[in-house]
Design a binder for this molecule. Structure first.
Ligand SMILES: Nc1nc2c(c(=O)[nH]1)N[C@H]1C(S)=C(S)[C@@H](COP(=O)(O)OP(=O)(O)OC[C@H]3O[C@@H](n4cnc5c(=O)[nH]c(N)nc54)[C@H](O)[C@@H]3O)O[C@H]1N2
Ligand SMILES: Nc1nc2c(c(=O)[nH]1)N[C@H]1C(S)=C(S)[C@@H](COP(=O)(O)OP(=O)(O)OC[C@H]3O[C@@H](n4cnc5c(=O)[nH]c(N)nc54)[C@H](O)[C@@H]3O)O[C@H]1N2
Ligand code: SF4
Ligand SMILES: [Mo]
Length: 735
């Protein structure tokens, strides 16, 4: 027996990147607390942090590869698992071509450093049909980054610590702990704005937990954010409150933007948004004159009927109010490696999906077309699917259709920790080590951090013998599945080869050394000659960032507040910021039509997150699911009275694709005409091996979201603002 030890790391469960101190002894986690010395999170953690222990110890978490034999699962060796996958991939590729291979990459991928091996893996697999959680999440932001700044990964980050005015739309950081704003303690920082005399305004169809902590909450009808944003911009133009600051020489398209928003006066959008014209007008004026303001929108503005247009205007409003790339406004981070240089610029609409003609984005198709690509016969029908850290059955629309599709595949394999709603359809599941058994660095989230920051942590405990890390699994598959002689294999072999020879941490070290704080940063900046390159390798700047330096600083290294990055960081070919890209101007026509076609709509369904939950996969922790059931339908008292629904009574919520039955929770915190059901539940499906979650299964809201109801611009599904009917289930009162 050895004494307890302290281990410092970053919680990888959500985007907040909280620093934690884990006390452990003989491989057992004793306590987990917030690390007060972590410069980003300053000691903040949420209740989910205990999930780190529960996931690590969960008996249902897979430790060995498994193979499905009928309804049963049997453990197999890694060799058998890899060989079976290799055989099937090669067979299907031979018989049907690469068009028959598909891949779905889920959200936790972004939270592991193994993400660097995803591109080589997909390339080696040769999957033509690629899908990910991007198309049920942040795609509109990425499209706006691409169209307006020239690179899909040029994400804007709210400078929360220095702003005077935060206008927050369709986000609930009190539950989510912030998204596309990695802030450690976002609510603490939001409180800071008010303490300095600043103002925080929230726009949401529900008076959320966040709403309790802001100055003003404004109700908005689901799906109408574009109209609200357009009216804000219209007022700013009409009042001549346009301020470009240093962006002046970079901006083009101002007149076109003005013309595009012209019809959307506050009065014209009053009805569609449900917001009084005066409220919009006053807000636009207050925002425009604030010295340092942020217009921040998140998932509520993304996965909806006009999500693409909303993503555009979020950027546009920050630009025309002089807040983009300005202290206290929407800025760009400087992560410890050149994220933008490493990743591809992106593309939109280069390809069309086979069955429905939905546009590609970044080489992927929207996830709401995955099921039909599997179910529809013909050349290019998907017969083999690989999933990495994804649960599309619960996370993408029309989950029952997804179940049917996955069950029909010729072969499916999953890299995942659980036998859950999605992976139960796989033939083979390859489980990676637990997060505490591997080293950690949040590569993706560093690019959206509200301070410039870097942190790396070693593994807390040695992984068990004969286990594999995510990156090792991806590497092995890349080696086995890659075909020789293919164009582009050199690209794949670059990353793959480096990681293979040196290990993932050494690969990260290399990326950091050539990054903006690295020992070789100057070399990259100067784009220097071969001689300088050799010199620099011989005499690296010893103060520069490296893995060694991070290992010596277990709480992380703070590089200070965000700094101005434009014009240098701008990636457009003409070095201009495009305020009015053609794709948006074209789509505005659809919005104008919507404004003029007033149809009485049924009830509209929206989503909801809870601080003790994380998408679909944290319900197997007893301490996180205990208490009052959370999979409920929020209904306004007026709607409840009209529908004759009592508190706790089961209601049937029906859409084009199906119905779910869920207990009602009556509250005036939701707008009349709106019903809110959280996603990620529905663990009662046959074959799911999650013992704790199975006792509180809930139902999946994505069994009634509609894969055919999309934002016509992006092709993304509408998950907020789904037309539904709600009725009482006679005589049934849920417990
Ligand atoms: N505890 C917890 N934290 C999480 C997650 C989780 O599942 N649980 N998931 C993580 C992930 S993957 C993400 S992407 C982030 C998301 O982080 P957030 O974007 O903060 O997500 P939500 O908490 O869902 O907040 C979205 C808000 O939009 C509102 N809304 C719905 N429809 C509309 C609309 O049409 N217009 C407007 N204006 N608002 C609307 C909803 O009422 C809700 O309050 O959270 C991350 N963090
Ligand atoms: N109706 C509605 N639907 C939504 C949303 C909504 O707001 N409303 N939100 C959407 C959003 S923002 C997102 S991001 C998506 C998420 O969609 P997905 O990413 O498809 O789903 P998750 O629920 O995050 O499932 C994560 C999977 O990864 C596995 N996993 C966890 N950790 C690891 C790991 O370390 N390695 C590996 N290999 N696997 C791991 C889990 O077991 C689980 O199977 O859901 C979307 N769906
Ligand atoms: S907010 Fe909670 S889940 Fe998110 S990183 Fe912090 S402790 Fe982890
Ligand atoms: Mo997400």
């Amino acid at each position: 027996m050895s004494g307890p030890e302290q281990h410092f790391r970053t919680c990888h469960l959500c985007e907040a990147m909280c620093g934690v101190v884990i006390e452990h002894q003989d491989g057992q986690v004793l306590t987990i607390k917030g690390d007060k010395q972590d410069p980003l999170s300053r000691g903040h953690v949420c209740p989910k942090v205990m999930g780190l222990k529960d996931l690590h110890e969960d008996p249902d978490r897979l430790r060995r590869p498994v193979k499905r034999v009928g309804q049963d699962w049997v453990e197999i060796s890694w060799e058998e698992a890899f060989a079976t996958i290799e055989e099937n991939v090669k067979r299907i590729r031979r018989e049907h071509g690469a068009g028959a291979l598909g891949v779905y990459v889920g959200n936790p991928t972004v939270h592991t450093p193994a993400i660097v091996l995803i591109p080589p893996f997909i390339h080696a697999l040769g999957a033509r049909q690629r899908f990910s959680a991007t198309s049920v999440d942040q795609l509109p932001h990425m499209l706006a980054n691409l169209e307006m700044f020239g690179h899909q990964l040029l994400f804007t980050v709210p400078d929360l610590d220095r702003t005077d005015f935060l206008l927050m739309i369709g986000a609930n950081p009190a539950a989510s702990n912030g998204s596309l704003m990695t802030a450690g303690d976002p609510m603490g920082r939001i409180k800071g704005i008010r303490e300095r005399g600043g103002r925080v305004v929230l726009v949401d169809p529900r008076r959320t937990e966040t709403a309790e902590k802001v100055d003003d909450h404004i109700f908005i009808k689901p799906g109408s954010d574009f109209f609200f944003l357009a009216a804000l911009a219209q007022v700013m133009f009409a009042d001549a409150h346009i301020r470009l600051r240093h962006l002046g020489p970079m901006v083009e398209g101002l007149a076109e933007l003005r013309a595009a928003v012209e019809p959307f006066t506050p009065e014209a959008v009053e009805d569609i948004t449900g917001i009084a014209a005066k409220t919009i007008r006053d807000l636009a004026r207050d925002f425009a004159v604030a010295q340092r303001g942020i217009c921040y929108g998140r998932i509520g503005t993304c996965v909806q009927e006009f999500g693409g247009l909303a993503g555009w205007l979020l950027h546009a409003i920050n630009i025309i109010s002089g807040n983009l790339d300005h202290e206290g406004g929407m800025m760009f981070s400087t992560p410890p490696f050149n994220a933008v240089e490493l990743g591809p610029k992106g593309e939109f609409g280069k390809h069309r999906s086979r069955v429905r003609g939905l546009p590609s984005f970044g080489g992927e198709f929207p996830a709401n077309t995955l099921a039909e690509e599997i179910l529809t016969p013909g050349k290019g029908q998907i017969r083999l699917l690989a999933t990495h850290a994804g649960n599309p059955v619960l996370s993408t629309p029309n989950g029952r259709q997804m179940d049917e599709a996955l069950a029909s595949l010729d072969f499916m394999f999953s890299i995942d920790i659980y036998i859950n709603e999605t992976t139960r359809h796989a033939h083979i599941i390859l489980p990676p080590t637990s997060a505490l058994e591997r080293s950690h660095m949040d590569l993706g989230l560093a690019a959206v951090s509200v301070r410039n920051f870097a942190k790396w942590s070693p593994a807390m405990v040695e992984p068990p013998a004969d286990s594999r890390h995510d990156w090792q699994i991806l590497l092995e598959l890349s080696n086995r599945l890659g075909e020789s002689g293919r164009l582009g294999r050199y690209v794949r072999q670059g990353v793959q080869g480096a990681v293979e020879r040196l290990g993932l941490d050494a690969g990260l070290d290399l990326m950091m050394r050539f990054g903006p704080y690295g020992s070789h940063a100057k070399l990259v900046q100067k784009r220097s000659s071969a001689t300088q390159r050799v010199m620099s390798v011989l005499r690296p700047d010893r103060e520069g960032l490296s893995l060694k330096k991070l290992a010596e600083n277990p709480h992380g290294v703070d590089f200070g507040p965000l700094v101005q990055r434009f014009p240098a960081a701008l990636c457009t070919d003409d070095s201009k910021i495009h305020l009015a890209p053609a794709v948006y101007l074209e789509d505005v026509k659809r919005a104008k039509e919507k404004l003029h076609s007033r149809r009485a709509h049924p009830m509209l369904l929206i989503g909801r997150r809870h601080v003790r939950s994380n998408n679909s996969w944290l319900h197997n922790s007893q301490r996180l699911v205990k208490g009052k059931g959370r999979c409920t339908a929020l209904l306004h008292p007026d709607d409840a009275a009209r529908l004759k629904v009592a508190e706790g009574q089961l209601v049937r919520v029906t859409s084009r694709v199906g119905a779910i039955e869920v207990p009602a929770e009556i509250t005036d915190a939701i707008m009349p005409g709106v019903v809110s059901v959280p996603h990620g539940w529905g663990h009662g499906r046959a074959g799911v091996q999650l013992k704790v979650a199975g006792k509180v299964p809930g139902v999946s809201v994505n069994d009634i979201t509609d894969e055919l109801h999309v934002d016509a611009l992006t092709g993304m599904p509408v998950l907020n603002g789904v037309p539904v009917t709600v009725s009482a289930v006679a005589g049934v009162v849920a417990e």
